[in-house]
Design a protein around this ligand. Structure first.
Ligand code: FAD
Length: 488
């Protein structure tokens, strides 16, 4: 008699637990699970609302994940790989759920791709321990990076804390090993069960961006991610270095971060597209620069593993724990609402609210303003970003915030503080970006729009006065950092 419905003697059943890898192509765990042509394979995705609530998951990101999963479920079903959906409150409940699923369905091997965040690592260890203790084989694969954490180390075997030498080593290893993109798995002979319907939403995680707009900006699925990669490498990548800092030019950067964050596309696919472009049309400093940004993404994941304190709300530079940040809820709220009276900061925050995304230059400006002009703890901004970003990624977000706050590794020096007006004049010279998000300033000329109240306090203008004196705030910030003693 067979122990499980439909399972013949000797046949293997494999489960692929999908997390931040919502794609069929170049998914290492999925490819490995399908290596045995005889095995039956199913995929699993877990809804964990309590966990998400605790960690401030953005509704807009969840919506992109659900739309991506809907496409993926259809793709996998055509391969006879049903996608199962289960709900548990939080990570702590996952090991028991996995075990009971494996036991109920006769699954003998479970596969997943590694995640590098601390809670995820604790979760995965508990799950692997319980499954293995019950005779189920677990395979965890490195997949999120081209070269994973622990494989790019200094001469004396330590994690790098500075990007340039990391990048040199990272690139040389990539060239040495080559980059292989796995094709989608072949169709299985049969499926042992039907896929579950993918939910359209999860209560309590509504997107702050209206759904039609979110879908227009960030269509779901790996097909959308691949199409975006193709358009970017074909049409825009060769001007990346020149144009990447101008937020009004929405196609000057790839816009792939939401897809990389949820794993609708892999960094190897991005690398390969760049390499193909270089092979076909010759060298390009712009494409090299873009690849270097993929390197920053990986660098911050390595930092998370090498220096786990940054994943536990602590600064990389421990001496900066002595800083006494201002506890000013009203000022924080004005920053969140885009009502600081500094147009470039306000337009940035309103872009985040309107689209779930913010241009990289603006993330640096907005984060520096919060931490250096308002002297508000970077962790508050970090959390607000995670709650609103469609591309929220703990490693990159933490890295970006600690860079801006001068508490991180390889961070901006504390005395080099962005002047919002100068940044605005330099990177949005005609005010096109400002006008897009600040209609109340649309009538101002290209000069005045960057600091509307500077020459005359125009109380008729429906726009707030600057909430701080930038110069005085910077002096205060520098003196607080100086008081910590000499920072290396
Ligand atoms: P492109 O310029 O086309 O770059 C290609 C890819 O490289 C990006 O999609 C991204 O995956 C990666 N990348 C680019 N710049 C960086 C960087 N500085 N650090 C790490 N990876 C990078 N990025 C996120 O993906 N998620 C976040 O939560 C996040 N939070 C940030 C917070 C702050 C305060 C700062 C300063 C930066 C943050 N970044 C974050 C990095 C960066 O702003 C975004 O990755 C970038 O704007 C995404 O746009 P793009 O896809 O068009 O990038």
């Amino acid at each position: 008699m067979e122990a499980h419905q439909g399972k013949s003697r000797g046949m293997s059943r494999h489960l692929v637990w999908l997390r931040a890898d919502l794609r069929s192509i170049d998914n290492t765990a999925l490819s490995e699970a399908c290596r045995d042509p005889e095995a039956e394979v199913a995929a699993l995705w877990l809804v964990t609302p309590e966990q998400w609530r605790r960690h401030g998951k953005a509704g807009c990101q969840l919506d992109l994940e659900l739309r991506t999963l809907r496409e993926l479920s259809v793709t996998l079903e055509a391969l006879n790989i049903p996608l199962l959906i289960r709900e548990v409150p939080d990570f702590a409940a996952i090991p028991a759920l996995l075990l009971s699923l494996c036991q109920a369905e006769g699954i003998d091997r479970v596969y997943w791709n590694k995640q590098y965040e601390w809670n995820e690592r604790v979760r995965d260890k508990a799950a692997a321990d319980l499954l293995r203790a019950n005779g189920i084989t677990v395979e965890m694969h490195a997949d999120q990076c081209i070269i994973g954490p622990g494989e790019v180390l200094t001469g004396d075997g330590r994690f790098y804390s500075v990007y340039t030498p990391f990048k040199r080593n990272w690139l040389s290893q990539i060239y040495e090993r080559g980059v292989r993109v796995h094709p989608a798995p072949l169709k299985r002979q049969s499926a042992w069960t039907r896929p579950d319907p993918v939910p359209t939403s999860v209560p309590g995680f509504e997107s702050h961006v209206p759904l039609p707009e979110l879908e227009r900006l960030w269509p779901g699925g790996e097909s959308a991610a691949l199409a975006r990669l193709e358009v970017f490498t074909d049409k825009h990548a060769r001007r990346y270095r020149e144009l990447r800092d101008f937020p009004a030019l929405s196609e000057a950067t790839s816009g792939l971060s939401p897809y990389l964050a949820i794993g609708a596309i892999s960094s190897r696919q991005c690398w390969q597209a760049a390499a193909n472009e270089l092979a076909a049309y010759g060298p390009s400093a712009d494409i090299d620069h873009w690849v270097s940004e993929l390197g920053w993404r990986e660098f911050y994941k390595h930092i998370l593993v090498g220096f786990p304190r940054v994943n536990k709300h602590r600064p990389f530079r421990l001496e900066t724990e002595q800083l006494r940040w201002n506890d000013d809820e009203e000022a924080f709220q004005r920053w969140c609402d885009g009502k600081t009276g500094f147009p470039i900061v306000d337009a940035a925050m309103r872009q985040l609210r309107a689209t779930g995304w913010m241009h990289n230059r603006l993330r640096m400006i907005a984060a520096m303003f919060l931490t250096k002009d308002l002297f508000i703890d970077w962790r508050k901004g970090e959390r607000f970003f995670m709650q609103h970003l469609v591309d929220g990624d703990l490693a990159a977000n933490n890295g970006g915030w600690q860079w801006s706050a001068s508490t991180g590794n390889d961070a901006a020096p504390y005395f080099r503080i962005f002047n919002p007006k100068l940044q605005s004049e330099r990177f949005d010279p005609e005010g096109n970006f400002l006008r897009r998000y600040l209609p109340e300033l649309a009538g101002l000329d290209n000069k005045r729009i960057h600091a509307p109240h500077e020459k005359q306090r125009d109380f008729l203008l429906d726009y707030p006065l600057p909430m701080v004196d930038h110069r005085a705030a910077c002096e205060e910030t520098v003196s607080r950092f100086k008081a910590l003693g000499e920072l290396p």
